[in-house]
Design a binder for this molecule. Sequence first.
Ligand SMILES: Nc1nc2c(ncn2[C@@H]2O[C@H](COP(=O)(O)OP(=O)(O)OP(=O)(O)O)[C@@H](O)[C@H]2O)c(=O)[nH]1
Ligand SMILES: [Mg+2]
Length: 327
Amino acid sequence: MTSSAVTNEAIDSAAIEAFAAHYGERAAHLPPVAIVIAAFNEEGVLGSVVHGLPASLCGLAASVIVVSDGARDATVAEGRAHGALVCDVPVNRGQGAALRLGYRLARAGGARYIVTTDADGQYNPAEMERVLAPVVSGEADFVTGSRKLGSQETKDPVRRLGTWVFAVTISMLTGQRITDSSFGLRAMRAEITGAVRLEQPQYQSAELLIAVLAKGFRVLEVPATIHKRQVGESKKGHNALYGLNFAGVIARTWWRERQRRAPRSAASANRAGGSAGSLPSAAEPLARATSIARATVTGSAPAGDGPAASGGTPRAAGDDPRSAKRT
Ligand SMILES: Nc1nc2c(ncn2[C@@H]2O[C@H](COP(=O)(O)OP(=O)(O)OP(=O)(O)O)[C@@H](O)[C@H]2O)c(=O)[nH]1
Ligand SMILES: [Mg+2]
């Protein structure tokens, strides 16, 4: 392990320990679907985003995990007030590091499916079910929304061109037609996030997509919408910086995965069967995950994954005493 990996692990372990201590049973026994959101200084918008998320998807109960790191505003309190399980990391590391931690918390709590969305309100929660459905039905392992197949609000020609160029590049490199490589609304079987190598601290979407494709998982795109950011600013920098970083991640991930490509037979087995045969177990119990962090979590059987009591029921308000009541 490099020294930065050791530091990252120490930060993750401490955050998992604090999360387990704060939420106890709620964190240890998650419902089947975990909606994971990375949020950095998203006060003023995170609350309404969490509030608008469905309490169940595809007939399965859903919880919301927000990973906030190094927030200098009320992001944490706002997320908790609206019912999200918020992991409050003291150091800012980036969206990639935050999502990785969120995936780990979701797996540790026993979630079977992970859906991601952003904290800035650019994605439509009504489209989540469309993204998750092929994963639940077993048609795909990983589904991403696509603005190219759906719609995008921005008229910025540089953004539009960038999205197209990166999608074409990834399609050529991986051999699978991809129309959008940076869509934040996506769904996957939870164990996939523990089976692929994820290292990017910030610009994570291309790494995740390329790594999932390289492992031979079945990837699907569905039409979806991306709105303009209404509150706050992009955390990724202006177009040129974003584009340069994004291109670098594509090149480095493709090269890395090429070097460590699994034998063709393993990849084909994943593709053909779509089973978790070569995967680690989805549920790395929180107690075990946090044992590194010396956390104490007790509990009995994991929550079942039967249909939620009533589809579309509003999310319950959080455990925070300031919890707002949903209408
Ligand atoms: N925890 C955490 N979340 C982050 C960080 N940077 C960005 N995010 C979150 O990641 C999501 C996407 O970030 P944005 O800045 O909107 O970037 P983007 O959507 O890729 O690009 P834009 O189109 O410019 O908005 C948002 O929910 C951010 O709050 C970070 O350093 N830490
Ligand atoms: Mg955004």
